[in-house]
Design a binder for this molecule. Structure first.
Ligand code: IPD
Ligand code: CA
Ligand code: CA
Length: 278
């Protein structure tokens, strides 16, 4: 006979197992990046466009993560940046869980031997992200969050900064829009905002940018033209650390309508800045 306390223990075990599974998968994937062969990556470099690189290691890491998930959760669906969507099989009456994978977020940094890149993996049920993990192997920074349970950097709880004035803030952004060759791009926002803040950082990984908002290393982040796999894990980590994450108008249509993340007071000021016509 299963009593409520037994069900609670089973659920705790299940969630504990799932977050442990995510953590170990991230760390093992990070090791693949560290062991990557520079020549192999140079030899087999591919281009989605002249500025958008894909290395042998991007594909190797995604294959590793997919195989690890399939071996333990064969029915789950997967959406990976490099291999696209592969549907799972729903068990009777249950929605199919979905894993969202960016095998290397910050491929340009990785290829150029810079440290700001990471493996980013999120776990969703019914379109809601329940867990997210981001691991930057060179920096040995492991960010984890579960819905409703807070966000952690290397197992220590993290919170957004309390910065409430633009002039006191250090912010991060990126230029996916330029890479995509968009005419309506981030440069007018960049030129408007940078003179009003303390300083700007362009680390090269949107996933890490969101994590750095979560732990207060930067006060705010904004970017255009991102995809679900760039932000899925970073969003739950930032939100669980107290960030407001929205589109440029303060709504929920991100990343399609842009994405910003900051503590609520600063986020409001960012919406004002990002909604001024160029
Ligand atoms: C890119 C990085 C970069 C951001 C780009 C992303 P990728 O991811 O997150 O910081 O500006 O928009 O596409 O291509 O290295 O996985
Ligand atoms: Ca990415
Ligand atoms: Ca990527």
């Amino acid at each position: 006979m299963l009593y409520p306390k037994h069900i609670g223990q089973l659920l705790y075990f299940w969630n504990y197992t799932l977050i442990e599974f995510l953590k170990e998968m991230l760390q093992d994937a990070g090791r693949i990046c560290l062991e990557a062969n520079a020549d192999q990556n140079r030899l087999n470099l591919e281009f989605k466009n002249p500025k958008d690189l894909v290395t042998e290691t991007d594909k190797k890491v995604e294959d590793f993560v997919i195989n690890r998930i399939r071996s333990r959760y064969p029915l789950h669906a997967i959406f990976g940046e490099e291999t696209g969507k592969s549907p799972g099989r729903s068990e009777s009456g249950h929605a199919t869980p979905l894993w969202v994978i960016d095998p290397i977020d910050g491929t340009t940094s990785f290829f150029h031997g810079q440290p700001f890149y990471c493996v980013s993996i999120a776990y969703q049920e019914n379109g809601t992200t329940l867990m997210g993990g981001i691991y930057a192997p060179v920096l040995d920074q492991l960010f984890l969050a579960e819905k409703g349970k807070g966000a952690f950097l290397n197992h220590c709880p993290i919170r957004v900064s309390s910065c409430s004035r633009l002039i006191d803030s250090v912010m991060a952004t990126g230029f996916a829009c330029l890479r995509a060759g968009l005419k309506e791009n981030n440069l007018p926002h960049f030129n408007r905002i940078v003179p009003k803040i303390r300083d700007i950082r362009r680390f090269g990984s949107a996933a890490l940018d969101l994590c750095y908002v979560a732990c207060g290393k930067v006060d705010g982040f904004w970017e255009m033209e991102l995809n679900l796999y760039d932000i899925a894990a970073g969003v739950i980590i930032a939100r669980e650390a107290g960030a407001l994450v929205s589109d440029f108008s303060g709504g929920n249509r991100f990343p399609e309508k842009g994405i910003l993340a900051a503590n609520p007071a600063l986020a409001t000021l960012m919406v004002d800045q990002l909604n001024q016509r160029p």
